[in-house]
Design a protein around this ligand. Structure first.
Ligand code: CMC
Length: 432
């Protein structure tokens, strides 16, 4: 038998069975190639939420949701989080291989020298209300980068694409920190090239001109690890948004702004903020039973934030590393008795033993512990999803570049099952 047997589909009202080729990946399930289905049957497939649809071919990230495995270019996330650093992971995602020493130095230099933003961007910030959600500011400012960097918006020029990629990775922490500083009424802090990526972000967030600021190396390491854990996650909602936006030929800044807008939702990157709000509302471990009961009741409209995942039907491997990092950070900060951590652990224990969660394979995801760490490090809740966006930018960029370089790339254009009114004649206003 052939290694890639075709499937045969009998379609009502179509005389001949339709042959659908299968395509193997290097890991994971094969896919059924349905590209000719409409031409041969006059029918579309129906898959809201894309639960069974592979929208593209990709070599960047692999997830085995049943086993709780996450690989970037083949390397397990646990190893990258422990042995690598965010700059290396960025290089890996973008280029397919880990950098050697020379390549790493060159890449770090390229990112470091793009961290400043055009001075006019500072003025642009002043148009926002001070109480704007920083994610709203991020969507606006990142989208506006296309108005400042005209020399890197031609997507057909690989060099311009590279410069735009470097600019986006480099400027995201600067813009994120500016969004925070603006919201608290403090002056913007310039990036400093002597710091690494995570250190630089911490100093732009937390230093003020009137005091010396020393970056705590353990917190910088934790920040770097948090960035690694969020760097890419194959075809999730925001990445698919970036690809779809980019499929029309839109410029990279516009595409990443679209990704940020999608990430903001509480079912996606907004969950880290939602988890912390939920824990604060629960308040004490003796309410855990009540909360788990509400999460199981479909009529309550309440879900346990930070639990469940479309792909993982096992413990999210990022959540395991995040849990360890959480303990380390709280130790360093002398906050081991942080009541929210105790509450989160109590909630996790009850949920993991509960039949509903066990049967539906609902486990903690990456967002469950990240908010506790970020809060302990001094980030306000509204910045949590912004940090996710800073880290995910490289994943979006790598996936966007991969799409542009794919010769089979077409504009994304899903079809629909129309259930609206049939054709009818217009009725004039006096007859309605
Ligand atoms: N609490 C209670 N019940 C849940 C939860 C939850 N957190 N998540 C899923 N379920 C139930 C859901 O009600 C459904 O039950 P039934 O089959 O009886 O209708 C079943 O589990 C499957 O859920 P689904 O909504 O069909 O699954 P999905 O793949 O569409 O949703 C999810 C995935 C992440 C949106 C969902 O699990 C969720 O809303 N979780 C809370 C939000 C969250 O933590 N999001 C962060 C995701 S990880 C970070 C990222 O990648 O962005």
């Amino acid at each position: 038998m052939s290694a890639n047997p075709s499937a045969t589909l009998n379609v009502p009202e179509v005389s001949k069975p339709v042959t659908l080729p299968t395509m193997p990946g290097s890991l994971g399930p094969k896919v059924l190639d349905i590209r000719k289905l409409y031409a041969e049957t006059g029918m579309f497939t129906y898959d809201p939420g894309f639960t069974s649809t592979a929208s593209c071919e990709s070599k960047i990230t692999f997830i085995d949701g049943d086993e709780g495995v996450l690989l970037h270019r083949g390397y397990p996330i646990e190893e990258l989080a422990q042995k690598s650093d965010f700059m290396e992971v960025c290089y890996l995602l973008m280029n397919g291989e880990l950098p050697n020493k020379v390549e790493k130095t060159e890449f770090v230099k390229n990112i470091t020298y793009h961290t400043m933003v055009h001075e006019q961007i500072s003025s642009f910030f002043h148009g926002f209300r001070r109480d704007a959600h920083p994610m709203a500011v991020m969507v606006g400012v990142v989208g506006a980068l296309a108005a400042f960097y005209h020399d890197s918006t031609d997507i057909n020029d690989p060099h311009q694409r590279l410069i735009a990629s470097h600019r986006l990775i480099a400027k995201m922490p600067t813009i994120a920190a500016m969004a925070y500083k603006y919201s608290v009424g403090q002056p913007f802090v310039f990036p400093q090239n002597r710091f690494d990526y995570a250190e630089n972000f911490l100093q732009m967030m937390f230093s003020v001109p009137c005091e010396e600021y020393k970056v705590n190396p353990i917190l910088a390491k934790a920040m770097d690890r948090i960035f690694i854990l969020h760097a890419d996650h194959e075809q999730n909602a925001s990445t698919s948004t970036v690809r779809l936006a980019g499929s029309s030929g839109a410029n990279p800044f516009a595409c990443i702004a679209a990704g940020i807008a999608c990430l903001w939702g509480p079912a996606h990157g907004g969950a880290n903020e939602a988890v912390l709000k939920m824990l604060e509302e629960i308040g004490s471990p003796d309410k855990v039973g009540e909360v788990v009961k509400a999460a199981k009741d479909k009529n309550s409209g309440f879900r346990l934030m930070g639990f469940g995942h479309r792909v993982y039907k096992n413990y999210d491997p990022r959540a395991k590393v995040m849990r360890e990092t959480c303990n380390e950070v709280l130790d360093v900060l002398g906050k081991r008795d942080e009541p929210l951590l105790k509450l989160a652990m109590a909630l996790e224990k009850v949920a993991l033993e509960d039949d509903y969660f066990v049967q539906k394979k609902l486990y903690p995801n990456v967002d469950f512990y990240s908010g506790i760490i970020l809060k302990a490090m001094g980030f306000p809740m509204s910045m949590f999803t912004v940090l996710f966006a800073v880290a995910r930018t490289v994943g979006w960029i790598a996936q966007w570049n991969e799409m542009i370089e794919d010769p089979s790339q077409k504009i994304g254009r899903p079809r629909q099952l129309y259930t609206g009114a049939g054709k009818r004649s217009f009725v004039s206003l006096d007859k309605r």
